[in-house]
Design a protein around this ligand. Structure first.
Ligand code: ZN
Length: 248
């Protein structure tokens, strides 16, 4: 089984005029497979719409946000001839459900988006052969039990769009909570209330991606326990509010 980028490369080499033998040596794909790819008109059709297989431009802000949601509450699963992208959303947060559905449509305009209701949860779902091309972090086991490393093209998109990426992360695995502290001012004890954002994920790699994006967006953060990143300084909370909007 060859991945989509290998097929894309092989077809491009054949298009440039390489023989089957030459393209086979370049890519390690057998001549018979190359011949099948070349003669199957649907092979091109299957690549339609995919950023990697067909070089279709991506809506970068939408992709960055959807990547954040995928790393937070998303998963890919094999379903017959396609992959199902599923993002589990809290049923009490219709704004986020709409956000995820809109992002999926922006990334894959010709696909259908399903909303599957379960107690307390709405799963926003889309079927496509190419979801694993766009989310190559897919793998066996749970996300925190395997390394999560972005590919160079994904890093380039997040570097350009840290705000949308943070929206996806914080709106799935984050919360904005009120916190309070007691301080004594001029001998009088006072209670201060302030909001803060927290991002909790058991994957060290995903937490590091969150911190990397916060740094790029110039939002100060600190690690408040083994699995939680906090944004608590007043200007930092305001900056993050402005970047990602309310969670609702
Ligand atoms: Zn693809």
């Amino acid at each position: 089984m060859h991945d989509a980028s290998t097929r894309h490369l092989a077809l491009a080499l054949l298009e440039q005029g390489l023989t089957l033998s030459q393209a086979s040596r370049e890519t390690g794909v057998s001549r018979s497979t190359l011949r099948a790819w070349r003669s199957d008109p649907r092979a091109t059709e299957r690549g339609t719409g995919c950023h990697l297989c067909a070089s279709v431009p991506l809506d970068a802000p939408a992709y960055a946000a959807l990547l954040g949601y995928y790393l937070g509450d998303g998963c890919l699963s094999r379903a017959q001839r396609y992959w199902a992208l599923r993002v589990s959303c809290d049923a009490k947060l219709p704004g986020i459900i709409d956000d995820v559905a809109r992002l999926i449509t922006a990334v894959r305009p010709t696909g259908r988006v399903f909303r599957i209701r379960a107690p307390g949860v709405v799963v926003v779902q889309s079927h496509w052969q190419h979801w694993t091309c766009l989310f190559p972090q897919h793998g066996p086991g749970r996300k925190h039990q395997r390394p999560i490393v972005l590919e160079d093209w994904q890093r380039a998109i997040v570097e350009e769009q840290p705000g949308p990426f943070l929206r996806g992360l914080f709106h799935s695995d984050g919360c904005r909570a009120r916190n309070w502290a007691r301080r004594t001012v001029a001998g009088v004890p006072k209670r201060y209330d302030y909001p803060r954002w927290q991002f909790t994920n058991v994957s060290t790699d995903i937490r590091e991606l969150c911190c990397w994006a916060l740094d790029m967006a110039e939002v100060p953060w600190r690690q408040s326990n083994a699995t939680t990143i906090s944004v608590s300084r007043r200007e930092a909370v305001a900056r993050l509010d402005e970047l990602i909007g309310p969670k609702r």
